[in-house]
Design a protein around this ligand. Structure first.
Ligand SMILES: Cc1cc2nc3c(=O)[nH]c(=O)nc-3n(C[C@H](O)[C@H](O)[C@H](O)COP(=O)(O)OP(=O)(O)OC[C@H]3O[C@@H](n4cnc5c(N)ncnc54)[C@H](O)[C@@H]3O)c2cc1C
Length: 129
């Protein structure tokens, strides 16, 4: 049975973007041996009373070092209105227009659809005229 163990970094008191950087740094700097030890320890403590034994019952551990699973979102209270990386990243390059949720700054399907509409409209109005 596969078990998925995500990890969210909360350092407290810092801006969200700073917490993302701290989490990403820790994720990339942590050796596999630490992940393995922590997973075995956590699962033994959680499931041990029910008979689980990490040494016997874990067949393998894979660590996916994805620093995020969602498109990054911005906070209008603290992030600037202009100059955000997504504005640069979605600039059209010749006949290539950039869609996807990342280019809209939101981790939702409607954002991806809106950005796809924008990208196609850019091509229709600026390239395919
Ligand atoms: C666990 C989870 C739950 C979610 N729940 C919701 C929800 O309830 N409601 C909601 O609105 N949103 C939800 N989302 C977010 C939503 O799925 C994304 O915002 C949306 O799918 C983003 O669309 P996209 O087109 O930008 O990227 P994607 O859907 O990731 O599409 C990118 C595509 O590009 C392909 N690709 C990548 N590299 C290459 C390459 N080199 N060549 C060719 N193809 C490539 C990939 O295979 C993929 O098919 C969820 C996301 C996750 C991860």
């Amino acid at each position: 049975m596969p078990v998925n163990i995500p990890n969210n970094k909360f350092t407290g008191g810092e801006l969200k973007r700073e917490q993302h950087i701290a989490g990403r740094t820790e994720l990339l700097a942590t050796p596999f041996s630490t992940f393995e030890r922590n997973v075995r320890d956590q699962m033994n403590r959680t499931l041990g009373a029910g008979g689980f034994d990490a040494a016997r019952d874990i067949a393998g551990i894979a660590v996916n070092r994805w620093p995020h699973g969602y498109a990054p979102e911005y906070n209008s209270l603290i992030d600037p209105d202009e100059g955000l990386p997504l504005a640069t990243a979605r600039e059209r390059r010749g006949a290539i227009a950039i869609a996807n949720a990342d280019s809209g700054g939101g981790a939702y399907t409607d954002i991806a659809i809106d950005q796809a509409h924008r990208a196609v409209t850019e091509l229709l109005s600026e390239v395919l005229v």
